[in-house]
Design a protein around this ligand. Sequence first.
Ligand code: FEO
Length: 393
Amino acid sequence: MDLKIKPIKNNVFFIGSKDCNRKLFDQLVPLPQGTTYNSYLVKGSEKTAIVDTDYPKKLEEYKKRLQENSITKVDYIISNHAEQDHSGGIPMLLEMFPEAKVVTNAKVKENVINMLHVNEDKFIVINDGDELSLGDKTFQFIIAPFVHWPDTMFSYLKEDKMLFTCDFLGAHYTKHELFADCSEGLKEAAKRYYAEIIMPFRNFAKKYTDKVKSMDIDMILPSHGPVYDKPQWILDLYADWTSDRVENKVVIPYVSMYESTTMLVNRLSKKLSNAGIEVKLFDLVHCDEGELSMELVDCATVVLGSSMVLAGPHPAAVTAAYLVNALRPKLRYYSIIGSYGWGGNLEGTIEKMFTIIKPEKLDYVIVKGQPRTADFEKIDLLANEIIEKHKNL
Ligand code: FEO
């Protein structure tokens, strides 16, 4: 248990928790190295504020940290977003500091009341552009919906040029002391985080990336992962990930019961690779969904491979199609390949998963039993179709 608080700059401190042992986020997203729940203490000449709090399972540690470091007066709890990994500590803080008010927008207020049963009279509701004075420090609030909930906002500490962005620009990363090392490892963690949490709201993320780029900012302080004292690094990555640019890359998530689908996948993969296309294969039985999500950020084409089970696609392929649709990547093309034993409809259920995204459909290759020469020739035609399409990316 690390009870230290960490000075960042000018009476701004990191008071949150590291959770290196957590394996899953939202009971869904793998966390290869855990995560952090970033909470910040900001001491002004007259008032003291906490920006976002801590995860419910870390509250005992969080409370001890505040007590050990003699944090005896808090006037404001600024809540940028109501998801409980950041708002979970609000009831405890209100018990510790009964005079404190929760400063937030109307949507966060409604969510916090519903999720944490905080009394209505504990809130100060702000609107976009409103300011809050701590004496020699001033917060200005920026309502930034859908990065990633409808309630999200940023808090800008004007005098110190520090922007608290909550989930936006964050990373499930723990190999840092405080500041971002801008390493390849952090880049991968930030991309994984973007893919799973922010990519479904890419247009909003693009809008707010542009907005943050236009601001006068020395430091970005997100609610997961390191603090960016060189904010341009993460902003440039987001500018690329949220752009319309796709790479000359094909992602092939597949599941194969008796190797027939694997044979099709391997043939397609070889043809595409020989043409200079980057191919990423994911055997869905052993797949880390986070790695698949990362490759979806900038791939141009997805080819789903599946065996037939009970006259329909294998459930693993249906889940993968659901995930692709839910994450809303900037995908241009898709196809389905696979094999069946005695009959059914392999493609219908997968097609029905694409309710949000509308990539262009390429030819499907569905074969009976183990593929024959004519089936491989169909795979070669599909490969040629993809190669031609990718020439115009
Ligand atoms: Fe890190 Fe949307 O909570």
